[in-house]
Design a protein around this ligand. Sequence first.
Ligand code: FES
Ligand code: MG
Length: 575
Amino acid sequence: MSDEKPKLRSADWFGRRDKNGFMYRSWMKNQGHPHDMFEGKPVIGICNTWSELTPCNAHFRELAEWVRRGILEAGGFPLEFPVSSLGESQMRPTAMLFRNLAAMDVEEAIRANPLDGVVLLMGCDKTTPSLLMGAASCDIPAIGLSGGPMLSGRYQGGTLGSGTGIWAMSEDVRAGRMTYEEFTATESCMHRSKGHCMTMGTASTMACMVEALGMSLPGCAAIPAVDARRNTIAQLTGRRIVDMVREDLRMSKVLTRAAFENAIRANAAIGGSTNAVIHLLALAGRIGVPLELADFDRLGSEVSCLVDLQPSGRHLMEDFYYAGGLPAVLRELKEKGLLAEAAVTVAGTTMGDNVADADNWNRDVIHAYDEPFKAHSGIAVLKGNLAPDGAVIKPSAASPHLLVHRGRAVVFASIEDFRARIADETLDIDETSVMVLQNCGPKGYPGMAEVGNMPLPPKVLRKGVTDMVRISDARMSGTAYGTVVLHVAPEAASGGPLALVRDGDVIALDVPNRALTLEVSDEELARRRADWTPPPAPARGWAKLYVDHVLGADKGADLDFLVGGGGTPKLRDSH
Ligand code: FES
Ligand code: MG
């Protein structure tokens, strides 16, 4: 690296000796910044997804203060700014509908402002991919900081995991094993501290993906939100971004193909969320790294799950942190030759170096590679005439006896149709049936809601059956489990074969052979296609723009015109 410092992008605002330089500086001085803050210090944006409507990120104003401290210490000029914050638990019809909108907000905010680098404060599910995607399209130095998981949920002496506990208990209520009063009493037991979901759901998975991609400091993902070391890593992150600007360590130097390969394998090893597939595909598209759905199977499906965390296992993120967190997992991969060690990380060191000495303090939580929690259980990508562009299943969260299964379809045209009929005792369904849900993909819902893990029919539940094969173009919460085939592409609303399935059709699922087959002749499917009409589409606003431009789940469900990046070209002055 040459000794010559790169000219700061912000100098084109604050370093000017003209009328515009006055304007760029003078208005900022109303906050009390002394003049020397504008004289060549790297300007660092603290990109904050704080919101009281995003409970998982509601502590981010405080977290930002620790980042600010680090930036000042390292000689940077911190400027905090808000971006769209997507609260998974509150937003309808699904926070995913707004991931690309939030990514646009982030991208345009970075590009339009005098920023040399950014710290991305991320927590709740969609806040992580939206910030990564937006920043990637600008390709400036950026570092991720997650807000940390909540403390373990505790109820009656046992643990209660975010989301996962709800899926299980609500089935208990429906089966008459738990009263509604007992159910509501657990609400404040499940979520009792600041932070995001403490199961290995989408938020914790994505925090691990950020770390595995090399986009956060090592060890960041698992530190609980309330642990003092969360503040410490925030401060260190603030210090580090200032040096990253000086080194011109841009996102494209970190987010290489090797980084994505590490993320895919790490996702398998942690038993991570299927949502990571969609977010990593979209992120790769932004930074120009070739990545396709088949890579998840090729690289990850043979990797064993080492981490015994809910929803695939028993423990929670707090236990994961105390056991050594993601570095301990990555070290296992490294020692098996499954880690691209040379991948550069935001720490300025390589991934291999970062994890070389990682300790493992609890083999019950993080298993040794040779004694895995679940062998060969990374996400499998299925293909067949029901999913010509692919579908995914998470074998670690599925029932082994259902991974090869043939059954008669029971078809629901929408989630409303499902809810209206599933409890009907006369519905022709039993545990051998295959539940099929249509029109819940990116265009169909719209936004591809997490409704793919359909609850089982009460009459089946009463027999003590806890799992059935379910197939849809929806997603499922990272906290959910079951033999659930998701992300079927092309989706029903764009005329995919899923739209043509009818009650009684035989469907064959064969995970070992990666096949998903609708046993109906091509002639019959052609006849049905001739009768098919697309569902009504939104008429205005964001939903219309989204539906007009969203790509399939197999492409990451980004908008077609947002793929790639615009960098940070010199823009014209505003006055
Ligand atoms: Fe925010 Fe789960 S609802 S992380
Ligand atoms: Mg979710």
